[in-house]
Design a protein around this ligand. Sequence first.
Ligand code: GUN
Ligand code: ZN
Length: 433
Amino acid sequence: MSLKAYRAALLHALDDPTRAPAGEAVAWYDDGLLLVDDGHVAAFGAYADIAPTLPEDTPVEALPGRLITPGFVDAHVHYPQTDVMAAWGSQLLDWLNNHTFPAELAFADRAHAKAAADFFLDQLLRNGTTSALVFCTVHKGSVEALFEAALTRGMRLVAGKVLMDRGAPAGLCDTVESGRADSDALIRAWRGRGRLGYAVTPRFAVTSTNAQLAMAGDLAAAHPDVLIHTHLSENKDEVARVAELFPDAADYLDVYARHGLLTDRSVFAHCVHCDEAALRRIAAAGASVAFCPSSNLLLGSGLFGLQKACACGVNVALGTDVGAGASFFLPQMMGEAYKIGQLRGEALHPLHAFYMATLAGARALKADDRIGNLLPGKEADFLVLDLAATPLLARRITAAATWPEKIFALSLLADDRAIERAYLAGRLAHRRA
Ligand code: GUN
Ligand code: ZN
């Protein structure tokens, strides 16, 4: 038994604020207590309620001026793309050819992959991201390097080898058979080790043949515990290209659906150009969408219709989509999502944004029974946020009267300096220098 208690303000999401009854979706405590026992949450609530129940010698750390939240969940990110963040001047298809594919070629080298994986996971933690759904490259070794690094850190992480058998440089292409063999071997070797999970990862319809997409669907069916992770309807030129490549498909989503890739374990990044029928189909399947606002703005992909997707019943989580996204910091994605909403005449509520950055991501990863909030029994992945990390943040947050206002200010004014500590399963994994 290793009881440890933390006294601070507390905030977590319990459900989707667009669907749950008012007041039931998010819980906060101005003077709260988080009790951790052996890596799991033992209690989370008002200090006055929990303190009298603690065994006598329980260590209680007082954290005045701090806010404890669940760790953030990045529902779509590419670890091999750290070095192409902030690339100037192109949209998706040119950006892939001119920046991304050259950077991914380097991951044939295992030492390069290991160094990139260590840097990437350290960036996630310093930005408060404790779980993520991650694209690797086509190279099997790129996945092994990331899984080894995540296992060492004790992170709950889902990742997969990219499948691409056309439309990319030869050094980045696999085949139907090598893609199957490598993915199958990775699934058997890594899924369920520590806190790791696997996602079958066809990059997108542009870079896979029908035969490879069918193989990906077979793999997913053979391993019902793995996720499916791909891109969908991000950019208008991409959508037109898919229509040329798959003239028989009813639409872009149908290319995936007809190969068994539309399931309750599927996560589709972007969906900027999906119509209502496609969104309803995604919702009916129980699949999730990763909304990646920073990427959508930087690549000029378009303004995602969050209200429409929610009205269609889709679980929408947030992704940074690094390296098309220009930050690892999920609260910044909350702020960028708000700005996209403003351009569409829809004001995203700060607590809905917070839900998307935490519990909705856990739902997308099919891990909401373990992470996403700090209900008793969950794994203790949590953050200590310093709401006075900068003079401006301190001033603005003090001026904000309510928690929604404070969270909104955080999403627009904070950066990784606000993450004072990140804990993984109750163990300190990052402390701000
Ligand atoms: N579509 C296919 N590959 C990619 C990628 O690496 N990044 C983004 N943003 N979209 C993609
Ligand atoms: Zn992406």
